[in-house]
Design a protein around this ligand. Sequence first.
Ligand code: CA
Length: 455
Amino acid sequence: MVISRRQFLAAAGAALAPPARKPNIIFIVADDLGYGELGCQGNPEIDTPHIDSIARNGVRFTQGYVTAPVCCPSRAGFMTGRYQTRFGHEFNLIGRENLKPDAGLPLDEVTLGDCLKRAGYATGLIGKWHLGGSSRYHPLRRGFDEFYGFLHEGHFYIPPPYRGLITRLRVNEPPYDDANPILRGEKPVEEREYLTDAFTREAVAFIDRHKERPFFLYLAYNAVHSPMQAKVSDVRRFQDSIHDEQRRVFAGMLAPMDAGVGAVLDRLRKYNLDRDTLVLFISDNGGPTAELTSSNKPLRGGKGQLWEGGIRVPFLAQWPGTIPAGQVIEHPVCAMDVFPTAAAAAGAELPGKPLDGVNLLPLATGRSAKLPRESLYWRYGMNVALRKGEWKIVRQREPGREDPPFCLFNLGEDAGETKDLAAAKPDLLRSLQAELRALNAQMMKPLWGPSQVWG
Ligand code: CA
């Protein structure tokens, strides 16, 4: 008997994953949230009980990475499950660059929204897109049935004149990113609620609307990205505990996101859906320490860099009844793994292009002690890095150092990248460089931004 590929995959999927109901998938992404900023990540200053509860009810990956140290390429990586440098999505789009007709996630790439929509899911993006601001890249044409949010890299939290806010916008600064309205679908709307709270409101309403069928909710808060704007009431809560005024505003931006995650989790419990829902939480890149007072402790560097502080992020997941609770897993994982993980949970067919991400469920459920992937690779312009096992090589430009040598670190002993072992281990350095070069040869030139890249 000859069976079609589709029938074969359907049969294989049924044999592997027999749940009565396909699980919902909620993927929550924070923006520019540093590695050390959550309570469960060691922050003693700002409570994040609701986000922390995901770790308590599931797993906290201590070595979770993103594929780029800035927003737009990082999102291209996890939204496709592939190194974004494979398709030229290497650099950020800022302001009106987002509107260029050819700037956006290449149209022949398959998004996680596409994948899950084809598997019968109701799909919604609430929050920040940042994968193209012109019509053909719009989320409604990239696998999402519903969209509420904005298309560019950031957004003010309340439109001017910022009543009831403590804001760190400079006087006379033009309205932040003025060609970037809040959209419902494709229609601009006037949003008067503090944006983080508005996204929570929309997320909860999405769950209300779709609770009867499998849904995929991609909740991409722009918190805690600039501009630094928080409600006066939220900043006041930290009046006594945080002395630095800038830091208090930051705390006032993080707190409503934590409350929002709490509201989403509450909704799942209300409908008795928590055991039927895989929830993942990450940040899209490390914190920009100067601007946001954000902490990547104990890691080196921050946003825009391939030091650990730029690319290692909070990385949490829960799926009660399937992923055992209270786990801390140190094996390196990456945001591009979310795609195949969600697809496996959903029994969805993977796109034809090879993925760089791998399914995390065998690791998270304890069926396997490691992932079927030995190395992680990064390129961001002239900066590159490769991690293999505990070892990492990294070439990171710094001010006054345009052509830096490769550093070699043992992250198992030295997560803070303080002790460069390149000179002490030349053979290991060379073999990791060779592997990096081989991977790099598979990558494309950037579609926009600087044309000069490493290699
Ligand atoms: Ca970001």
